[in-house]
Design a binder for this molecule. Sequence first.
Ligand code: SAH
Ligand code: SF4
Length: 369
Amino acid sequence: MKTNLLDFDLDGLVAWCQAQGEKKFRAVQLFRWIHQKGVADFSAMTDLAQSLRQTLLDKAEVRALPVLSRHDSADGTIKWMFDVGQGNAIETVFIPEADRGTLCVSSQAGCAVGCPFCSTGAQGFSRNLSTAEILAQLWFAETTLRQALGTDERVISNVVMMGMGEPLQNYNALVPALQTMLDDHAYGLSRRRVTVSTSGVVPMIERLSHDCPVALAVSLHAPDDALRDRLVPLNLKYPLAELLQACRDYLAFAPRDFITFEYCMLEGVNDSDAHAQALVALVRPPLSEPLPCKFNLIPFNPFPASGLLRSSSERVKAFAAVLSSAGIVTTVRKTRGDDIAAACGQLAGDVQDRTDVAGRRAKTIQIHA
Ligand code: SAH
Ligand code: SF4
């Protein structure tokens, strides 16, 4: 099979070009054609030497992912489902706002962490995406949107790794994809506009701080280990004390001076005032420095097999008030694209559902216990 050039960050493309006997600056030109201009057709890359264009035609391609479906929401949100082979699908969501365009990108087909409130987790783990499959989502969305809008200007200003999968469990493919998002010869996004969301893979948070310190969002969902063990099973391996220390350490490298904590609001499970007070105590410990952070409360997006319910908006407000009155900046995530099921994992779940319904019910009962 031909080499997919979407698999390379700039260093990787330089190495590949050098192996073809080409100079480094040719790789820079090629990188700009692919990612800055969104061109996949080598014969249109007019400033490349004819001999290089022939080499490229023989040996390489810019291979995006086949689109299985596209859904457009009334609010402008667009959700694509891509085929990644063997019955697996992943999804990518574009969320337009007045001052930005955010792309929500997937990192894995399925997810091994298995959070019981997440339909991606309910599908089980299929496989890691390659760098090319991660970047193809951005490449395709950016080129498609630019064409539709008839513009050469950048449409996607922010990327969040909040689609399907746990990005820090696919570290080796993730980092070159992030590097390419940041590269001035490619998408040129600033580090504060690229966010990795993680359920808390502690050693990889540390590695990310050295390799590519983009903005960090941590999926907290519970104020104590007993509850978090059940809601985010990775907590059994990396408990809260270790996770919060990793967050503190990350701040020295982070592009922002706070960590974002995501907290999915589940009725009767993690949404009481007492839970909110316990969160305050967790990030503002009486005997040590407060942990600079913001909270993003996510109203749970229900799916049938979960057996869980979304907290009422009154409950979410009251919960947010406890955090805010302790001086913690707290936002409630707007639900976007509700009419097209644009939440984490919902659509791809229709294609391949590995849910062990009986097992999931058992887990659900445990959570309510
Ligand atoms: N695996 C990473 C990133 C992908 S999930 C992580 O867990 O952080 C992105 C965010 O969506 C996470 O905060 C996750 O907890 C949340 N999420 C997953 N399923 C959800 C659901 N059904 N309703 C609301 N938020 C959900
Ligand atoms: Fe995986 Fe994140 Fe879903 Fe948990 S919430 S199962 S870590 S994708």
